[in-house]
Design a protein around this ligand. Structure first.
Ligand code: HEM
Length: 529
């Protein structure tokens, strides 16, 4: 740490010493539990308890940068980590990433290779080839499929929640994960499953369907990524691991069988366009991608697209329940744009007109970004960055963290109400004789301090997918209904709201940012008058 501190001091930005590396896997898993205890020991206060755990950015917001400046370096025993909260520097870095500087430190994600090599864990020509093969199937045709499937799933989810005890949905976060999995499975494999909620979950029959195998894998991603599918089988004497090992092996087998099935279809020309068919075509016809890479990429697209969108739904539902005026504002737009008798008839071409509804997602991600930050870095060569009027040399082997939480909440970009969840900030209205809704659009930001999907080469290929899915589910659920905090036995309305607010405040980083105990805030769904 002394060596790293000496290097950090020479950069010329404030240095904070953090005595445990954020990359230490044991610390990553235990910090959240250990940290509250450290508050009671004399050395525990100060920087260590403030910055020493995964997800500190959510609690700190932009404050460290307001106190110390747009760039701050954390000196840790393993490496130096520069945290950045300056929009111009962020875009300079992204431009330079295109030219091969400041690449993603793929070794941090190596565990995502469990089912095969994939684009997330490579750089350079290998990444480019895999990105080209996979991202090609995320086009407007597949977004149309995401739209219809999300409407269908959203309606089934609403019906399920309305059937519950007094219309309450205490399994909201779990059910949102099921919905996002079903939409992904549809886009990836072209198969539709009916939504089934947490209460209806059967004890899994054997053999598992690939949707159920994938659900088990994604719900238990941490042990699977750490231990690896093959080792799970070996450790099957440990309670719980046998089921995981089984799901992981079955998933791999399903993917392999699907590869063969689609390879035949590709040859006789009957394949339809979805992720697996286009990957198999790229593999069999064009020899661009190996069988292992096809399976690895199918897993990683599902992994990357699952909890990011599911947690965003959980945040959005709770935020909307706490803000009935925002619900009315969104629902007015939905009812203006979607005026068919049946919500399911809504066509994908309505999507660009649902700007308030999209603003809800943009605003949720601004303050509840599932990743909190994006990590880049230098390797053997130094890098050069400009922070305001200062030019710095980033030493080799340094991590650079784009602090999205700070960037997206800093008053210098977002004003004095920057910490308020206010979707209307995203809407601009042009003058004219047309109805109000037809004159509204999403504002063009002039500061660039908003990159929840990243930017540049490595930006998220699922950005539009996530937007379409979110808007369609809002249409299905909020056109004719509204949601409110459910009251517990003997509880008044204000007490229920306060419990819901405190459940939302109890948010932290697990694999991603999430509400830690969503079951404490059941929601109630009612038809609009
Ligand atoms: C609200 C939802 C989502 C958010 C906030 C999000 C955010 C991100 C971010 C920040 C990155 C990394 C960018 C970088 O390193 O510069 C990323 C990468 C990625 N995302 Fe998403 N994502 C979301 C949904 C999705 C969905 C729905 C899918 C797939 C259907 C997906 C697939 C991927 C993949 C495969 C990568 C790796 C790309 C690469 O390495 O080239 N994401 N996402």
């Amino acid at each position: 740490i002394i060596h790293n501190y000496e290097i950090a001091r020479k950069i010329g930005i404030p240095v904070i010493i953090v005595p445990i590396s954020p990359e230490n896997p044991i610390w990553m898993l235990t910090a959240r539990h250990v940290m509250p205890l450290l508050k009671y020991v004399p050395f525990g206060n100060g920087n260590f308890t403030r910055f020493g755990y995964v997800g500190w950015q959510f609690d700190d917001k932009y404050r460290v940068h307001q106190e110390l400046g747009d760039a701050v370096v954390f000196s840790t025993p393993a490496k130096n980590w520069i945290y950045l909260s300056n929009a111009d520097t962020t875009h300079e870095l992204i431009r330079k990433e295109r030219q091969g500087e400041f690449a993603r430190p793929v070794e941090l994600l190596a565990m995502l290779d469990v089912f095969g090599p994939n684009l997330s864990t490579t750089n350079g020509a290998d990444w480019q080839r895999q990105r080209k093969c996979t991202a090609a199937s995320f086009n407007e045709q597949s977004n149309g499929l995401v739209w219809t499937e999300s409407l269908r799933q959203g309606q089934q989810l609403l019906a399920y929640w309305k059937k519950g005890d007094k219309n309450k949905s205490s399994t909201m976060a779990q059910d949102a994960r099921t919905l996002t999995l079903d939409v992904l499975v549809h886009a990836a494999f072209g198969k539709s499953f009916d939504f089934y909620g947490a209460r209806e979950k059967k004890t899994t029959s054997r053999p598992l369907s690939y949707r159920d195998a994938l659900a088990i894998i994604l719900e238990n991603a941490i042990p699977i990524l750490i231990v690896g599918p093959e080792n799970l089988k070996r450790l099957s004497f440990i309670p719980g691991l046998a089921r995981l090992g089984d799901a992981a092996l079955q998933f791999k087998k399903y993917m392999s069988d699907m590869f063969d099935e689609n390879a035949e279809k590709a040859q006789d020309g009957t394949a339809r366009g979805n992720l697996i068919t286009s990957l198999v075509r790229a593999s069999v016809d064009d020899k661009l991608i190996s069988r292992e890479e096809v399976i690895g990429n199918i897993f990683v697209y599902n992994f990357a697209g699952h909890d990011t969108t599911a947690h965003s739904f959980a945040f959005t539902f709770i935020l909307l329940a706490l803000n009935p005026d925002v619900q009315d504002w969104m629902s007015e737009e939905i009812n203006h744009v979607i005026n068919e008798d049946q919500t399911l008839d809504a066509k994908y071409d309505a999507f660009p007109r649902l700007v308030r509804t999209l603003a809800i997602l943009l605003e949720t991600l601004r303050l509840y970004d599932p990743l909190l930050s994006i990590v880049k870095g230098t390797q053997t060569q130094p890098g050069y960055l400009t922070i305001g009027s200062q030019k710095i040399i980033v030493p080799p082997d340094t991590r650079i963290i784009l602090n999205l939480q700070a960037l997206q909440s800093h008053p210098k970009y977002w004003g004095d109400d920057s910490l308020e969840w206010k979707p209307s900030r995203w809407i601009q209205t042009r003058p004219g004789p047309e109805p109000l809704f037809d004159r509204e659009s999403i504002i063009e930001l002039d500061h660039g301090a908003y990159i929840p999907w990243g930017e540049g080469n490595r930006s998220c290929p699922g950005k539009k997918f996530a937007q379409v899915e979110h808007v369609a589910v809002m249409v299905a659920m909020f056109r004719d209904h509204f949601v409110a905090p459910a009251r517990l036995e003997g509880e008044g309305e204000e007490a229920a709201r306060e419990r819901t607010r405190s459940t939302l405040r109890d948010t932290g980083m697990v694999l991603l940012l999430q509400i830690l105990h969503p079951e404490k805030a059941p929601l109630e769904w009612k038809a609009r008058a």
